[in-house]
Design a protein around this ligand. Sequence first.
Ligand code: CS2
Length: 506
Amino acid sequence: MNPSSIPQLSASLPGILRRNAAPAPGIVHLGLGNFHRAHQAVYTDAAVTAAGGDWGIIGVSSRSSAVPDAMHTQDMLYTVVEISPEGSRFSVPRVHSDAFTAANNPDRVLQVIGDAATRIVSLTVTENGYHYTPATGSLNLQDPAIRHDLENAGTPRTPIGQIVRGLQHRASTHAQPVTILSCDNLADNGHHTERLIREFASQLSPAEATETLAFIDTCTSFPSSMVDRIVPATTEHYRNLVSDKAGYTDRIPVPAEPFTMWIVEDNFIAGRPAWEAGGAVFSNDVAGYEQLKVRLLNGTHSLIAYLGALSGAVTIPDSVAHTHIELAARSVLRNEYLPSVSVPAGVDIDAYEEQLFSRWRNTALGHRTSQVGSDGSVKLRQRVPLPALQMLETGQMPHLLALTTAAYLTCIAPLNGFDPGPQAAAMEDPARALLSTLAAQSHSGPDLAERVLAEHHLLGEELAGQTGFIKRTGELIDTLHTHGPIAAIADAGTPSHPYAATRSTP
Ligand code: CS2
């Protein structure tokens, strides 16, 4: 077909939409990225199809207007492209009633969060979007963006600032209740978000703080939720796939794996969509599922990403195809993450592990090591310290958690003269500048590990005092620099690995 004759995605294309219009808005979602559009939006679409309700989503993008602009030219539509080695499946959710960019319309953010019709404010802003201090878990009051939001009531830039300013608006007008729903990979994400919101509110003038905190006490709820779906970045490949196979052009398709999971605490003060219609599970054991996911999936994912990047692997499937990386991943998952998790009733760990490896091997998806490896300074804080501390307390050295940290630092903050390769160079990280400075001042791996973990508390205060772990991380940084990932995996003592016999012990 001549490309110019392919129609653009719109509501008038026959046969692709399940309803005539998006529902009236009831949800404001902060973070209009791919993950939201392939996860909560899909569940909401199923919920509204099954049970109706005014649960349309107003999507708010933080700074970029690319997605809102494209959505407006496509009748608020986009395609979810489910990718598996067997082929691709296309679907078009119709749940977004509007979309805009916060940076261009800061007062509109406050207006929509403050609107009485809004009953849920949900967030997928990544670990980095919460502006907390990894060392303490508290709101980072030194962060210029948080300072800006405390000083400028009408133009908040951070999600926490936007929510608190929106809640102030609600408190002073109609005082209708609203649920704040974090959908990010943070342990105990409901409580974590509530804590940061309360910390921000406490910094307001005494009268404002009292009123806002009283509103938070009585008119908000903060359910925790565990979200799971591997959603890579959109590339030209997916745009071409949609125009070739679905027969229309879409500027913003979202690739996603077929697997999807959502475990939610049923604590919605102002009602919620029937997300169970899309397969969401309402459970009182969200914490168990979160631990399972953040540690076994996300934690192991980080190791795969960093070792992969250092081995030249562009994608996660390329990385786990290296036998030594697969063995290291299995070992960290089983021997170092799993012992720290209270496995929820009914979860079969053998099946869960196999399912993870088959998801990671999805070569068709092209999930990049540089994407998973980005923002490690905030991600590892969620993944590594608690399981590591638990092992250290019982006298065991978590060699592979030390290797995860060492591989991260080797990618982001290599010692002088070492080139970790293009995948590592493509990783973004809010701590990159600081860590590079520390690396430039360091003369060895142990020196770098000491500066980063003991002096700067990158993985929290408790781990900062664990000299054995810090030393082990430093030794592994040196091994990675001088002998590469295979030797470092052997050095970390991956069981059943042919190099394991040569490992050093603490
Ligand atoms: C990944 C996650 O980027 C990362 O750190 O571990 O984005 C992961 O793909 C999702 O959490 C899967 O649900």
